[in-house]
Ligand binder design. Structure first.
Ligand code: GTP
Ligand code: MG
Length: 256
């Protein structure tokens, strides 16, 4: 089944879209939505039970957009409830906590869960993803830096924002760009507009960069055993240069 286009009565008039939130428990999904919709922050953790649903109206370039937001529970316990809600989605807010490495490492698992629930005929190509690197106010405990998060997101053709639901930093900007990208996509008949093309890496290129960044020593960085001869050694900068030289413009590299 193709991911469905949102329903609209007349071109240029009101548009109805469905947006879902995804990410581990306690990363701040509900707080991000609350900060945007209600302009407030709740410090006490109130776990979402299954799904929270809300409707909000926004205006993008004078066009009224009715947004149905399905805020998912991140706890594995609620998988059976969540999996009903992946279909017919136009936008995904994918959240991790910059001070919790496991929440960043879980992002691929969230994409896999969605892909599985959409089934073999479902497509993630028609969905706009925005990644929120949340809780940036907790700078002392930060363990995933901006470049790592941005690389993960942009190598997949996703939007990336640094956010704090507590201070409000990045939240309005994220929603504005996210909704604009969905509207652009819909107005362009389900094709990614050329203006929205982002420079991105293929997954292989991103993996190379990540490996170089995470290597523990120079040998590891080169991808060879200690003592390797000159002939088989390529400098990390050469490797990086090759990767960057082959960098290409694509609207979505990961799901193709
Ligand atoms: P589930 O519903 O269980 O999936 O969790 P969730 O991702 O919706 O998390 P929620 O929004 O409930 O926030 C979890 C906890 O993190 C709460 O105690 C929030 O107050 C706190 N929190 C959320 N966002 C931020 C933030 O940007 N900064 C800080 N310091 N705390 C935050
Ligand atoms: Mg929640």
């Amino acid at each position: 089944m193709e991911a469905s286009m949102p329903k609209r009565k007349e071109p240029g008039k009101s548009l109805r879209i469905k947006v879902i939130s995804m990410g581990n428990a306690e990363v701040g999904k509900s707080c991000i939505i609350k900060r945007y919709c209600e302009k407030r922050f709740v410090a006490k953790y109130l776990a979402t039970i299954g799904i929270d649903y809300g409707v909000t109206k926004v205006y993008i370039r004078d066009r009224e957009i009715k947004v149905n937001i399905f805020d998912m529970a991140g706890h594995p316990f609620f998988y059976e409830v969540r999996n009903e809600f992946y279909k017919d989605t136009q936008g995904v807010i994918l959240v991790y906590d910059v001070s919790q490495k496991d929440s960043f490492e879980a992002l691929d698992g969230w994409l896999a869960e969605m892909k599985q629930e959409l089934g073999p005929h479902g497509s993630m190509e028609n969905i706009i993803f925005t990644v929120c690197a949340n809780k940036i106010d907790c700078s002392k405990h930060r363990c995933i830096d901006e470049s790592e998060g941005r690389l993960w997101a942009e190598s997949r053709g996703f939007l990336y924002f640094e956010t704090s639901a507590q201070t409000g930093e990045g939240i309005n900007e994220m929603f504005q760009m996210f909704y604009s990208a969905i509207v652009d996509f819909c107005e362009n008949g389900g094709k990614r507009p050329l203006t929205n093309i982002s420079i991105s890496f293929t997954k292989e290129q991103a993996d190379n960069i990540r490996r170089i960044r995470n290597s523990k020593d120079s040998w590891d960085m080169l991808g060879v055993k200690p003592g390797a001869t000159r002939g088989i050694v390529r400098s990390p900068f050469q490797l990086l240069k090759e990767t960057l030289t082959h960098m290409h413009c694509s609207t979505r590299g990961y799901f193709q």
